[in-house]
Every structure is written in C-alpha cells, then in structure tokens.
Design a protein around this ligand. Structure first.
Ligand code: AMP
Length: 540
C-alpha cells in the first residue's frame, strides 16, 4: 500500500517562498567594501533573486542545469545569486577566492561554468584566471567602474522586469549548487548538491540540538559563502526568517565585533582561526562591545580547542557550538550539543565532550572502520569515519577515478580518523594523512594541538609527523607564542606530560611567527612537513 501524501518537491524555491511570504519585512544587512552598511528586506531580496535568475536565462541564454560561478565575499548580491540561480533551474557554483589562479581556472572549467559573477573589488584576481576558465559572460558586482569585457550586475538585473520572472517546478533531485573540495592532495573535486539535499539539510540545521536557528535570530556567517555553502546558513536563515548580516570583506576581529554589537547578532559561525583572533581582542578589552545578544558561536572546519571553548564561556559568557562537517556532507555532519546524559556529568567532563565533534545530525549515520573491520563504539578504538545520509555526496562531479571514496555498500569514506563513544559522540583524532604513526601505534595530532593551545603562552600549535629511523615517524610541534609571552620546548612538553603517554610527547618543538593556512583558514600541514621534515633545526 502506498501512502496518500502529496509529492511535494523539497527544493530551493520552497525555501525562498517561505522567506518572502512570511518574513518579507525581515532584513538582510551587508557591510560594503567602503565600510558603509547596506540594508534591504527579504521581500526585496526575493524579488531581486528572481529577477537575476530570469536575466541569466533571458539575457545570457542559460538553461536548466547551467552553472553560474560566483567569486564574491559574503554580501546581499551573493545571497541573491545563491538563491536566484537554483530558483530558476540553474546551479550556483561558489569559487574560493583564496585559491591559486591555476586551481580556479581548472575548477571553473571542470565545472563548466558558463557565467561568472564576481566582485569588482576582486578584479585583479578575476583577471588572473578568467580567460583560461572560458566563461561566456562575466558579471561585475558592486560600486565603481565596470571592468572591460564585463556586464554590470545592476544593469543585468534592470534588463528584465517582473513579467519575465517565471515560477518553475524544479525536481528535487536536480542540482542546485556546486562546491569544490579544498583538498591539499590531488585535484580539487566537485560536490554537486541537489535541491532535496539542501532542503532537508536546511530543516535539520534549524532544529534545536543541531544549530537551533529560528525567526528570532540575527545570524552573521563569518564562514565564507564559498566554504561548503557557508555551512547552509543562507538557506537556513531564508527558510526560518532569521535576519542575515554579511561582513563583506571586513573579517578582522574589530570589524566583526563591531558588527556583532551594532546588529545585535545572536548566532555567528566560522573556523577556529577567526575565533582565536576574536578571543584575543575580547580578552584585551572585555567590556569593549555589547555582546549580550550573542548566544552561539558555531566553530567548525578544524578542531576547536577546549581552551577556546572554555575561554569564551568562562571569561565572556559566550557559548561555543562545536560542529564537524565536510564539503561532501553539505556540510553538516555532527554537532557537539550535550544531551541530558552528558549534562549530568561534572563540569570538566562536560567541557571535554563539548570539545569533541558531537553526535550526528538527524539523517546522518556514522560508523568507523579499522584494519580489522568496523570498530566498536568504545571511545578508544580508532577507525576511519564513514557516513551516509540524505545530504551526503554519492560521487564527485566527473571524477570516476575517485569511486573508491565510497564503500561497496555506499557509505562515504571521510578520511577522518575517529573514536566513537558509546553515547555516539565522535572525536576526530586526525585526518588519515596527518596521523603520526610511531612504532606502529597512532598518535593523534589533534589531541596534542588541543592540549598545547591550552597552555597560556601558546596562541596556535600544529603537530606534524616527521620521519624517524627508529620509530618510522615522530610528532613535531610547531608553535606560535602569544605576543610578549615566553615558553621553552621543555616547558611545553611538561605541560603535555600529565595528559599523554610518554611516547606521544613531541620530540621537537619549533617556534614560528605564523602557521601557514589553507584557503579556508586551516593549518597547512603539508607546508610545515616540507619545511621541517628533514631540516635539522635547533629546537628550543
Ligand atoms: P572542508 O571540506 O574543507 O570543510 O574540510 C572537511 C574536513 O575538515 C573534515 O574532513 C575534517 O578533517 C575537518 N574538520 C571539519 N570540522 C572539524 C572539526 N570540528 N574538528 C576537526 N576537524 C574538522
């Protein structure tokens, strides 16, 4: 017997319709490149998003499934493209503006982007790859002169009228958006999100116990819209009617704190390196900003050190929500929101749980596999995390050579080495390629980094494997000290000693001014390995 329920399509148009119809007066606020503020409403954003979609089809000749590349900071025009392209049957493809022009040319042509929508303030970067990428049209966004060979975004919008806008019935299995992984090995790989994946991800992300977003919220995603869909916030806010605040290119701690206070931001999100800077600014000037409305700071993309979670909460009363995800998982995989079980534990243990990556979101299932097969959920046995679910990639775009990233029974191999607690809490121990294998045993660089960053003199710490004749690999710590602080390698080893087996302690500690970062702000361990692998540098 079949259910007798409508075959309602879970798609981006349904997300936009709700935002427009129920929350037309809610605001979308952007900090422009000249630092002034731009304010618009959901009603206006919806109308412009639809006009953009109509113009891309009518004026530029795009048809169903065609890709629209974006090369933009977080702002209202980027949101219009995000939603306007899929609503008109096109596919938004966000390009990461911190990548090398060679990678951008490869990614845009591999994705088949027909149009590029790019910020005028990023033009020198656009010129470095636009020819090679082969776009048919380039559209320039923002104030100022329109560069040669480009159409102006506002002119494109003005070229169509309301009557050109058509409401399309879009199959929920059709592509809505694309994003390439920022992988440090091999060619970047394209993930293609369906409307259905985005729609269900949006619903789950809004749930209490996940990211808990509702109409009451004012959300400022620091995470770029080109980093795994800005973790879904543009869609989640549009569905729930939350106010959206975009920081534009102004991502320094002062500008962000100013924006949080001025706009009464309730939820923000970004990678740990952003929050390291914010925490330093708050520690230096604790009463400097009124953050009384800020109730959650979502941290993901790399492990959030426990010291950071505790620092924000104990010293500034701001809750940090630690989440794990990947470009391949839309991106939400798990969130470390404590259940009543963990809340019954002593405070120190609760914080230890908060620093883990949490339990999977609804419709995401997890398991971990070691050399001997699936590992038990005992909080000790390490294995590679495998996931499946409604919004998990089933293959990469046009990359048959990557089929082995999926198991024979269709689970995605994440490449993350984890332990899973009996209560389902995941703890990421490492990327498979970053683990240190010493004397046949695995050492978690994430755990060492987390503990090192708990030392008062340490601002940032990355641990890498270096070749060793006797043990095959040993851990080496690369440390950035806080301004004016001092510490020796020996002191840091003493700080680690009570928490780890002796053989886990890094043999060498190197002090540097800065740890190189990837295009999405994570530690670039490949660069550190190249720099320190065989250099017999004196350690302190
Ligand atoms: P990306 O696709 O660039 O977002 O990278 C995904 C990878 O980032 C994951 O496979 C993890 O290795 C890492 N990652 C994301 N979130 C976390 C987290 N909360 N803790 C530790 N690693 C994380």
């Amino acid at each position: 017997m079949q259910g007798l329920i409508m075959d309602y399509q879970l798609n981006v148009p349904a997300i936009l319709r709700r935002g427009e119809q129920l929350f037309g007066e809610k605001e979308v606020v952007t900090r422009l490149p000249d630092r002034s503020w731009h304010r618009t409403t959901y009603a206006e954003f919806g109308a412009r998003a639809r006009r953009l979609g109509a113009a891309l089809r009518k004026e530029l000749g795009l048809t169903d499934g065609d890709r629209v590349g974006t090369f933009c900071w977080n702002h209202y025009q980027h949101l219009e493209t995000y939603i306007g392209a899929p609503v008109s049957g096109l596919v938004t493809h966000t390009l990461n503006l911190r990548l090398h022009p060679d990678d951008l040319a490869y990614i845009a042509s591999h994705a088949g982007d027909r149009v590029l929508i790019a910020d005028k303030v990023l033009w020198p970067l656009v010129e470095a790859f636009r020819e090679r990428a082969g776009f048919e049209h380039v559209v320039a966004v923002g104030a100022g002169e329109t560069p040669d060979g480009a159409l102006d975004y506002e002119d494109l919008l003005a070229s169509v009228s309301e009557t050109d806008v058509e409401e399309r019935e879009i199959d929920e299995r059709a592509a809505a958006a694309m994003c390439y992984t920022s992988g440090t090995t091999g060619r970047p790989k394209g993930v293609v999100y369906s409307h259905r994946a985005i729609a269900v991800h949006t619903l789950a992300a809004a749930m209490a116990g996940v990211l808990d977003i509702s109409e009451k919220d004012v959300v400022l995603p620091v995470v770029p819209m080109f980093h795994a869909n800005a973790w879904g916030f543009p869609f989640t806010c549009t569905l729930t009617g939350a106010v959206q605040v975009f920081p534009g290119p102004h991502l320094d701690p002062q500008s962000l704190l100013e924006a949080f206070a001025q706009e009464g931001v309730t939820v923000t999100a970004g990678v740990p390196t952003i929050w390291t800077g914010i925490l330093q600014a708050l520690d230096a000037d604790p009463g400097g900003w009124d953050l009384s409305r800020l109730r959650a700071m979502v941290v993901g993309g790399s492990a959030a050190p426990q010291s950071m979670i505790e620092g924000f909460e104990r010293r500034h009363g701001i809750k940090v929500v630690h989440a794990w995800g990947m470009t391949e998982t839309c991106p939400l995989g798990s969130v470390s929101e404590l259940t009543s079980r963990e809340r019954a534990l002593p405070e120190a243990e609760q914080y230890a749980y908060r620093a883990k990556q949490g339990i999977p979101a609804p419709y995401v299932e997890i398991r971990a596999r070691g050399a001997e097969g699936l590992v038990p959920w005992d909080g000790e046995t390490m294995g590679e995390l495998e996931v499946r679910g409604v919004w998990i990639a089933s293959s990469y775009h046009d990359a048959p050579e990557t089929a082995d990233r999926w198991t024979d029974d269709g689970w995605f191999r994440t490449g993350d080495i984890v332990t899973i607690e009996p209560n389902g809490f995941i703890e990421i121990q490492d990327r498979a390629k970053d683990l240190v294998k010493s004397g046949g045993e695995w050492i978690s660089t994430v755990a060492l980094e987390n503990a090192l960053m708990g030392h008062p003199a340490v601002l940032e710490a990355a641990v890498i494997a270096v070749p060793d004749e006797k043990w095959s690999e040993r851990p080496l710590a690369v440390v950035v000290l806080r301004e004016g602080a001092t510490a020796t390698g020996e002191e840091l080893r003493e700080h680690l000693a009570p928490r780890f087996a002796k053989w886990w302690l890094p043999d060498r500690v190197e002090f540097v001014d800065e740890i190189p970062k990837t295009a999405v702000g994570k530690f670039r361990k490949t660069a550190l390995r190249e720099r320190f692998a065989d250099a017999a540098v004196e350690s302190r």
